[in-house]
Design a protein around this ligand. Structure first.
Ligand code: BTN
Length: 240
């Protein structure tokens, strides 16, 4: 696979989407700075120069969309595995794909799709990981965040990128051959919200329940007052 490196770019996700036709699974794009970094739900991903890791990987699912169900959880598991191998403690996941360190967001994942046919599905997996935030940028971020400063034996950005690329490639191959069930244990071990009371926001709707893990499609299972229910979309937060 190849790596397209940019000092500056609007968005590494946008680059991969634009060039999808010429890419093969595993190709990545990385940049020091994004002038229009994209987050989930149309939000901006603040991407200051040189501070963090911003990269995107191209992946094609030859059997189409259905094969990619639950992908976001797989990607979260890959990131956790790399961080744990590096000795980072207190890493966890928040459904469907946020990575937390000491209960604050460390990394986010944005998966986007490029024109899909019934037979194949081209995806871009974008990852933004806070390495060293720096005072001047912290104020721009509207949620509790963490970074990797203070961690012992942290590799530099390039080494971290190489580890993530390899782990993703390996996990995506496993996902393609064995499905999400190959990841349920890793997910459960890292799931910060398991057993917790949460509210799930879906557009205007709000559902309350206790988190009871994920189903075989990657949907979140909530124990509500109407029993166990699965939800494929939405945003969860802790209910105090
Ligand atoms: C989130 O909202 O949690 C997802 C953030 C994803 C940010 C990454 S940075 C690299 C890639 N390029 C983008 O424009 N977004 C993703």
């Amino acid at each position: 696979s190849r790596c397209f490196y940019f000092d500056e770019i609007p968005s590494t996700n946008a680059f991969i989407l634009k060039h999808a036709e010429d890419l093969v699974s595993g190709d990545i794009c990385v940049a020091e700075y994004q002038s229009a970094g994209r987050g989930r739900r149309g939000r901006v991903w603040v991407s200051p120069y040189g501070c963090h890791l911003y990269f995107s990987m191209f992946w094609q699912f030859p059997q189409g969309m259905a094969q990619a169900m639950g992908l976001s959880l797989v990607v979260a598991c890959s990131i956790v595995t790399v961080l744990e191998k590096l000795g980072v403690k207190e890493v966890g996941v928040k459904w469907p794909n946020d990575i937390y360190l000491e209960s604050k967001k460390l990394a986010g994942v944005l998966i986007e799709m490029n024109g899909q046919t019934d037979s194949e599905c081209n995806l871009v997996i974008g990852i933004g990981l806070n390495m060293a935030m720096g005072e001047q940028h912290a104020a721009q971020i509207d949620q509790p965040w963490s970074d990797l400063t203070g961690q012992q034996s942290m590799p530099d950005k390039t080494a971290l990128l190489v580890l993530l690329q390899k782990q993703l490639q390996q996990d995506l191959c496993l996902f393609q051959s064995s499905g999400l069930k190959a990841f349920t244990e890793r997910w459960a071990a890292a799931d910060l919200f398991d057993g917790q009371p949460v509210k799930l926001l879906m557009g205007q709707d709000e559902v309350h329940g206790i988190c009871r893990g994920i189903d075989e499609q990657g949907a979140i299972i909530l124990e509500t007052d109407k029993g166990l229910k699965s939800f494929i979309g939405g945003e969860i937060s802790l209910r105090k």
